[in-house]
Design a protein around this ligand. Structure first.
Ligand SMILES: O=C(O)CCC(=O)C(=O)O
Ligand SMILES: [Fe+2]
Length: 351
């Protein structure tokens, strides 16, 4: 990437602030009560569920520690990611995204029609992943998206697959805790994820000549049920604080994962939990890496507020919509600048 092209320049109101507020408030939650207990300590689990519930309500974001994902896997992936992105553009383009399949290497990503200062590598948890052929509501044809096999670094694919397994285990645990925090059965969400469309992604933010004008990733909300994010020691993620409406920086905690609830959790919970806006600022000197795992259901899932959470006083706030169509719409919005507003869950809101 060279000097800053106009395509990257954010409108004045969305440019990063020079004075940065660090988020002290993002709760750090210890997951040890759900691991390694022959006899489970119910009061420790109840208190964990409460903490998760308040974090989801107040922030939509929290960090988890003692999550049982081995540090060695994260380190091997980090090393491999650095080797992959250090290659020439020509090499990376051999596993590039194309117009049809939004997977592999991509360096022209857009958020809300502004280009991001980023290069990414996307990979699906299932190979192949089934998705609708197009956004047409009356067309039920399905296609397969298949993962690329980068030749370098050696074993890159295996390391990614190993990491994805860990993410899927952690995701199921977190979904159980979130279900309990909403007063639902622990396994309430499980059926949605049988044929998951979950996606793994490595984000690489190179140093940027004008970090005051561009963003690594423009303000957005994550589409899925949850995102599990590993960030390196270079800070950059900013979260919109619900109460003050200020952007606050999420300070890196070594070996923790940052969890945020996405649009689907917002709809399923009928707005009890909200998918919170976040963005990534870039750095003049330092590159930054993060690894995101988006927990997504099967393409055929009809998304709507859960029956148990609605009643006469709290009627459904969303019309049902199909996850697969929503997903491919979202993916096509990142491909290039469009002249229309990108798809959002509020388009399904019942007035
Ligand atoms: O790089 C980060 O810290 C956040 C990335 C992000 O928001 C995403 O991948 O959706
Ligand atoms: Fe995100």
């Amino acid at each position: 990437m060279g000097e800053l092209d106009l395509a990257f320049v954010q409108e004045q109101e969305h440019r990063p602030k020079l004075s940065i507020i660090e988020a002290e408030g993002i709760p750090e939650i210890d997951l040890s009560p759900i691991f390694h207990h022959e006899v489970q300590d119910q009061s420790a689990i109840d208190s964990l569920v409460k903490k998760i519930g308040s974090a989801c309500k107040e922030w939509g974001f929290f960090q988890v520690t003692n999550h049982e994902v081995p540090l060695s896997i994260r380190q091997r992936l980090d090393e491999a990611a650095r080797l992959f992105f250090a290659q020439s553009l020509e090499e990376k383009m051999k596993v590039a995204r194309d117009e049809i399949t939004p997977i592999g290497y991509f360096d022209k990503e857009h958020t809300k029609n502004v280009r991001n200062w980023i290069e990414v590598f996307d990979f699906f948890a299932r190979d192949p992943t089934l998705v609708p052929l197009n956004c047409d509501e009356n067309d039920d044809q399905v296609i397969q998206w298949s993962n690329p096999s980068p030749k370098y670094p050696p074993k890159f694919r295996n390391i990614i697959e190993e990491y994805i397994k860990e993410m899927e285990n952690l995701a199921s645990k977190l979904l159980e805790l979130i279900a309990l925090s909403l007063g639902l059965e622990a396994m309430r969400f499980e059926e949605f994820f049988k044929d998951t469309t979950s996606v793994f992604r490595i984000n690489h933010y190179p140093p940027c000549p004008s970090p005051e004008l561009a963003l690594g990733m423009g303000r957005h909300k994550d589409a899925g049920a949850l995102t599990i994010l590993a960030q390196d020691e270079v800070a950059g993620l900013e979260v919109k604080h619900q109460i003050s409406q200020e952007w606050v920086l999420v300070k890196p905690t070594p070996n923790a994962f940052i969890i945020n609830v996405g649009d689907l959790t917002q709809v399923w919970s009928n707005d009890e939990y909200e998918s919170v806006e976040h963005r990534v600022i870039v750095n003049f000197e330092k590159e930054r890496f993060s690894i995101a795992f988006g927990v997504f259901p099967a393409h055929y899932i009809e998304v709507k507020p859960l029956d148990e959470l609605i009643n006469d006083e709290n009627p459904p706030k969303y019309k049902p919509f199909n996850w697969g169509k929503f997903l491919i719409n979202k993916k096509s919005d990142t491909l290039k600048k469009k002249n229309v507003e990108n798809i959002q869950i509020h388009h399904f809101k019942i007035a």
